[in-house]
Structures are given as C-alpha cells and as structure tokens.
Design a protein around this ligand. Structure first.
Ligand SMILES: [Cu+2]
Length: 152
C-alpha cells in the first residue's frame, strides 16, 4: 500500500513537471555592445544577439549588472504617426535553434539607474538570467556615443 502511494506520487511529479527549457549553457551571446553615455542621468543601452543552440526553447527573464540598478529588456515600436514607444519585456523567448537580435530600433537592453558613466573603450559585465535558473555572463564593450554597431 505504502509503495503504491510512493509510485503514484512519483507519477504525479512526472506528469506535472514543468516544460524543459534551454538555458545559459545553450545560448550563445555574440556581438554585444553598448554606447557611451553622457553622465548617469539618462539610461544606457546595450545590444547583442542571443543564439539558442539547444533543442528546447530558452526564456530570458532578467538581467544583472553592477553598472545599473535596474537593467531590463525593452521593445521599441513606432506607430503610424512616427511616435516611438518603449515597453518593458517581462521575458523574451528564443525558440530552439533560433536567434533573437537586440538592435537599435528594436529589442534592446535598457540600463536604468546607471551607477557611473559609460566611458568609450571600457567594458562591463552583464549577466543574462534564464527561466531555468541558469545565467550567462558576458563582457560588453562600450563604443562611441554615436556608434550604430560593433563594426562602426
Ligand atoms: Cu528602452
């Protein structure tokens, strides 16, 4: 009777297990860059490409860096009147085998509450946090204040 109960409990665990997700070890982050800032009163930005090399979807749920108290992912959208708005993305899903680009005019990292100015030629560590609890930490180079991408 007792054994049966344990088996039933184990089966219940199996059938209610959360979906398997890819995480930091499966997601390759490339071409990361930031723009230099003027002081700390305005938020900084960062861009990168996240390539999910895993067999399961990966979900980015947050960011962490010593550079900013509130790093977050924003989406920029421009309406028919040409007005651009930014919305906070609680999570960003990357399908298995797919890549998501954070680039000017689209998804981007917004570094709210900068702790010190972002100086051209310097770099900082940024951790990308995934829904499976893993993280990937990258070093983000800071380019010039008018840079449009890593090749400029
Ligand atoms: Cu933004």
């Amino acid at each position: 009777m007792r054994l049966f109960g344990i088996a039933a409990f184990a089966l219940a665990l199996l059938t209610t297990a959360p979906p398997v997700l890819a995480g930091g070890e499966d997601v390759v982050i490339e071409d990361a860059w930031s723009r230099a800032s003027i002081g700390t009163s305005r938020p900084g930005v960062a861009y990168m490409t996240l390539q999910n090399t895993g067999a399961e979807p990966a979900v980015v749920t947050g960011l962490r860096t010593n550079l900013a108290m509130m790093p977050m992912i924003h989406a920029s959208t421009t309406d028919a009147q040409g007005v651009t708005r930014m919305s906070h993305m609680e999570e960003v899903k990357i399908a298995a085998g797919e890549a998501v680009a954070l680039e000017p005019g689209g998804l981007h990292v917004m570094l709210m509450d900068l702790q010190h100015p972002m100086v051209e030629g310097e770099s900082y560590a940024l951790s990308v946090i995934f829904a499976d609890g893993t993280e990937a930490t990258i070093e983000v180079p800071i380019l010039g204040i008018a840079a449009r991408g890593p090749s400029d």
